[in-house]
Ligand binder design. Structure first.
Ligand code: E4P
Length: 309
């Protein structure tokens, strides 16, 4: 398996041509020190989850989907639209992905135009495929056709439900601004179908050893230390494959790693060349925590009592 120092140099070189992610406010002379840091999005439909993350400067974008909107309390399309509009306004100028619910190309394009009118930061999320699976009369290329039509209309898109690099390449080819490989769902699948003796498993084995049959004592696969770029996760390996292919051909469609299951996947995806991570809000809430930070804070606070009087 590749280690971080074996990552092709052109993945790094591609980053140089990518956009500035953290903007400096107008009139401020203290420039943002991490202008080209990866974009970190919150994967949520709940405005209350977005507020604290935005205040902490942790996120510079949001992704939603119908499941997240339903979980956030939307009980009608009208209600979902109002909630999405609120998120778009709160997050401007940072991107917010809003997923289409229509399934026929023309209706999808009209729906996309309606949602895109909420703000310049709207990105339209289009499932890359699966249309034939939900309705056998639908065109299997519906997603790609819509991505292409929206590119021609200057509307930014996020091709979602990506599970292999071929889907990612053809979404980019159709004009997608972002592709979203679902690494967690792939890792879930691999966990379910993988065999104990397979040497290249996935990180879920080490963090959530449900079956009890896998080694779970490797500290370099815990969220508490560096991962060493071990790529023990099938989803992470997919991100790497897409990043290499895009870098090989100078594709500027951004690789948006989605469907996170644990903290190990965060640095692993970055080591592999992901441009953006969209992470569930509860996982983002814990990014400043570490058992040694807790211990250090306790002793600093205790010792600072010496200066109390
Ligand atoms: C991405 O944009 C999706 O909203 C999301 O990451 C899906 O994640 P899940 O597999 O946890 O549903």
């Amino acid at each position: 398996m590749l280690k971080p120092d074996q990552i092709p140099a052109h993945i790094g070189a591609r980053r140089q041509s990518m956009p500035i992610n953290n903007l400096t406010d107008k009139g401020k002379s203290l420039k943002h020190p991490a202008a080209k840091a990866p974009k970190i999005f919150a994967d949520t439909g709940t405005i209350e989850e977005i507020h604290p993350l935005r205040e902490a400067g942790i996120i510079n974008g949001v992704t939603t989907n119908p499941t997240l909107m339903k979980r956030a309390g939307a009980t009608s399309w009208q209600m979902a639209k109002e909630m999405m509009q609120e998120i778009v306004t709160l997050m401007a100028p940072y991107p917010v992905s809003l997923e289409l619910t229509e399934l026929q190309a023309e209706k999808m394009i009209s729906q996309a135009e309606e949602l895109a009118a909420y703000g310049d930061n709207v990105v339209i999320k289009v499932p890359v495929g699966g249309y034939g699976a939900v309705d056998s009369t639908l065109d299997r290329h519906t997603g790609l056709k819509v991505l292409h039509a929206l590119w021609r209309r200057d509307i930014q898109t996020n091709a979602t439900l990506i599970f292999n690099s071929t889907q990612a390449l053809f979404a980019a080819q159709a004009g997608a601004s972002y592709v979203s490989p679902f690494l967690g769902r792939l890792a879930d699948y691999m966990y379910k179908h993988d065999r104990v003796e397979m040497p290249a498993g996935n990180a879920l084995y080490y963090l959530e050893d449900h079956k009890g049959g896998k080694e779970n004592s490797r500290t370099d696969n815990t969220p508490y230390v560096a991962t060493s770029g071990a790529r023990m996760d099938a989803g992470v390996r997919l991100i790497h494959e897409i990043a290499v292919i895009f870098a090989n051909y100078d594709v500027t469609t951004e690789v948006l790693a989605a469907s996170f299951r644990n903290g190990v996947q965060i640095p692993e995806c970055l080591l592999c060349g992901a441009d953006i991570l969209t992470i569930p809000a509860p996982l983002l809430m814990g990014v400043a925590d570490h058992p040694l930070t807790d211990e250090g804070m306790r002793s600093f606070v205790e010792d600072s009592k010496a200066f109390a009087s």
